[in-house]
Design a protein around this ligand. Structure first.
Ligand SMILES: Cc1cc2nc3c(=O)[nH]c(=O)nc-3n(C[C@H](O)[C@H](O)[C@H](O)COP(=O)(O)OP(=O)(O)OC[C@H]3O[C@@H](n4cnc5c(N)ncnc54)[C@H](O)[C@@H]3O)c2cc1C
Length: 486
């Protein structure tokens, strides 16, 4: 029997119904199409992935299905490796084209995509990959990149219209394991709600109201939760495109009164793509020092330090509050992310690779192209950025002076007076007894001396900066133009 010819739209980090070129192309074609999302075991088991990411994806897809329901369209979920699924689909149908966005991911997804390309070649399937958010493939340098990015941001937003599908949901043998699907169905309230409508809700409330204090609050651990856009998970999983966000904020009537705040936010949308563009060219940033000269630096791996950092039990209240907050909610602001990385890699002198996957799993907005380069910038392994040591006590005093963020996330310290909340170790035993926390028992004493560890880190990282291997790499990096800093 002759197989039915179809097209496939393969959703990746683009779970939305509008400004979606692959879905647009599928609609333009005369052939029927199906929409698929693949839960790939190899990716799920990789250490950067956590159930919270999968939950966000699953609930984003449910939301998309509601939007597409009137058109008898649904996203078909598959549990299996991409090649296995495409082989299966190609046996059931004659696949003419696969439409997807291009993925600038880790080595693993790059390798997976290479296999899919070979499969397509072998079976005469056309795989049309659309450009994601101004990220270019195969560029030799970034000389013209900024201009091209801005040009792209000012092109019209694609309006997707949908025809009614004659193909209903597919019956296939690759459904999600019941245990996994049951887990994905529960969605903790503490996480930002998933899906396209929620992305727009967050964007609108930012531009209408919340964003007026954006710059004033951006570094404050509590206030930033309200005043930052909080668009990151929606951008990371593609519930909204960078262009949609850019044009909405850029043309919003509040732009005049919030000029500086909105400009700062728009700059960050540019950074978002700038970092992903660098990663697109060098996805080895996931595992190798950006400046290979820093591979020569030895670290004394200390499992107890790493565990204390991960569990928020270092004895430094702001560090611990951040690590516990991100574990519960999936989000902390930029400064707090930079500070916890600085603490792990500089004060605790641990290899940056001992923290990357942990934080990747914690961040609901995990985006490899931003995550690894940012992590390395804070760890001081790029060799081209100024290394910053974030003092957690100073940051606590300056950005959370009342101690409310600490008290929210570290109940052990609830009754500690403001005078001691940033440095509880200064309390006498009598004071500890009064406020119901004995240090070393109820809450840890600091695991390192702040001043001493900072001095040692400075000597080590700054001292290594002039090493010939670092200098040589620095020249190479600067000459390639692909690694410019922001
Ligand atoms: C160690 C470390 C790891 C990070 N990992 C991630 C990550 O996995 N995913 C991620 O989206 N961001 C990451 N960031 C960048 C930044 O902290 C978050 O984008 C930001 O806190 C998200 O909050 P928001 O959406 O309210 O941002 P806003 O301040 O409202 O900014 C709007 C958008 O701009 C982008 N953006 C903001 N700051 C940056 C930045 N410094 N670099 C690149 N893009 C930026 C994000 O897409 C963000 O959603 C990381 C930063 C550090 C220091």
């Amino acid at each position: 029997m002759k197989k039915e010819s179809i097209n496939i739209v393969w959703l990746k980090r683009d779970i939305r119904s509008q400004d979606h070129e692959p879905l647009f192309y599928a609609e333009q074609s005369e052939l029927p199409y199906i929409i698929i999302y693949l839960f790939e075991p190899t990716l799920i088991e990789y250490p950067d992935t956590s159930p919270r990411h999968l939950k966000f994806i699953y609930h984003s897809i449910n939301a998309l299905n509601k939007t597409l329901e009137p058109f008898n369209r649904t996203v078909n979920l598959f549990y299996g490796e991409a090649i296995t699924i495409f082989k299966y689909l190609n046996e059931a149908y004659h696949i003419k084209s696969i439409f997807s966005f291009r993925e600038s991911g880790i080595q693993l997804t790059w390798e997976r995509d290479k296999k899919v390309h070979s499969f397509c070649k072998e079976h005469a399937v056309i795989w049309k990959e659309s450009q994601r958010d101004g990220i270019l493939r195969g560029i030799k340098n970034r000389d013209d990149w900024n201009k091209q990015w801005h040009r792209k941001m000012h092109t019209p937003i694609l309006q997707n219209n949908y025809s009614t599908s004659k193909i209903g949901p597919l019956n296939h043998p690759f459904s999600l394991p019941i245990k996994l699907e049951t887990e994905l169905k529960t969605y903790p309230k503490q996480f930002q709600p998933a899906g396209e409508l929620n992305a727009w809700r967050y964007l609108k409330s930012f531009a209408d109201k919340r964003g007026s204090n954006y710059q004033k609050h951006i570094s404050k651990p509590t206030e930033s939760r309200l005043s930052c856009s909080r668009l990151s998970p929606y951008l990371a999983w593609g519930n909204i495109s960078i262009k949609q966000a850019f044009q909405f904020v850029g043309t919003h009537p509040n732009g005049t009164k919030n000029d500086r705040a909105f400009s700062a936010m728009l700059t960050r949308l540019h950074w978002h793509c700038h970092f992903i563009q660098k990663f697109e060219v060098e996805c080895s940033y996931e595992t190798d020092c950006i400046n290979k000269g820093y591979e020569l630096l030895a670290h004394n791996k200390n499992e107890a330090f790493i565990k204390a950092w991960k569990t928020g039990t270092t004895g430094y209240p702001l560090i611990d509050a951040c690590m516990r907050a991100v574990a519960q909610t999936g989000w902390i602001n930029f400064r707090m992310r930079a500070m916890v990385v600085s603490f792990l890699t500089l004060n605790l002198d641990q290899d940056w690779r001992d923290g990357t996957y942990h934080l990747a799993r914690q961040f609901l907005d995990y985006e490899p192209g931003i995550h690894y380069p940012q992590f390395q910038m804070q760890a001081g392994t790029t060799g081209v950025n100024t290394v910053r040591l974030y003092n957690p006590v100073k940051n606590s005093q300056e950005h959370a002076p009342e101690g409310l963020f600490i008290k929210k996330w570290i109940p052990e310290l609830t009754n500690v007076p403001i005078a001691y909340i940033h440095e509880p170790w200064n309390m006498t035993m009598m004071e500890q007894t009064f406020c119901g926390v004995i240090l070393g028992e109820d809450y840890p004493l600091p695991i390192v001396n702040l001043q001493e560890s900072a001095r040692m880190a400075r000597d080590k990282i700054w001292g290594h900066k002039n090493h010939p291997a670092v200098q040589q790499e620095k020249n190479r990096i600067l000459n390639t133009h692909v690694n410019q800093t922001t």
